[in-house]
Design a protein around this ligand. Structure first.
Ligand code: SF4
Length: 166
């Protein structure tokens, strides 16, 4: 089996309508000029750690706010997509070196506008585990806390924490 796939595109079914709560939230974020934080999402333990860490950094740093990667990617007429595409930078916390969600985001908003973080090197555990349920919840939280602290330190170092929407 090849260990490489060149650039590719997916066909996505069209969609009608909005998520009312998502519209209100994303419009508030556009007004506040917050920096979107997107993440990988379980059920893989790496995705779950990334998701938990993304939640923590968005809760604790006022300039940051969580964005929904799925609505951003798959509902192009949504305010969520408008917010992320209009932000001068976004933070993407991916679960591992494959950086699945960030590879899409980079093409959507431009490489230079993504602060792309691979969470795994920030804790280096569970490489032989797939399911998040195979790691106790309390342990997942402890690791996510450590990862979030490292990401916040990195963002502070790079002075990436000021609101920057266009
Ligand atoms: S980046 Fe991709 S492969 Fe890695 S944990 Fe996330 S979805 Fe899974």
């Amino acid at each position: 089996m090849d260990a490489y796939t060149p650039d590719f595109s997916l066909e996505v079914q069209g969609v009608k309508g909005f998520c009312p709560a998502g519209e209100t939230y994303a419009k508030q974020q556009i007004a506040k000029k917050t920096i979107p934080v997107l993440s990988c999402e379980g059920p893989c333990i790496r995705g779950e750690i990334a998701r938990l860490a993304a939640n923590l950094i968005a809760q604790e740093v006022p300039a940051l706010a969580r964005a929904c990667h799925a609505e951003t990617f798959f509902v192009p007429h949504s305010a969520m997509a408008e917010w992320v595409k209009g932000a001068k930078k976004s933070v993407m916390v991916d679960g591992c070196f494959l950086k699945c969600h960030g590879r899409v985001l980079r093409n959507l908003v431009g490489n230079e506008n993504v602060i792309h973080i691979d969470a795994l090197p920030l804790y280096r555990k569970y490489t032989d585990v797939f399911l998040m349920d195979d790691v106790p919840e309390e342990e997942r939280k402890v690791i996510a806390r450590q990862v979030a602290d490292k990401i916040i330190a990195k963002l502070q170092q790079e002075a990436s924490l000021e609101p920057t929407a266009a």
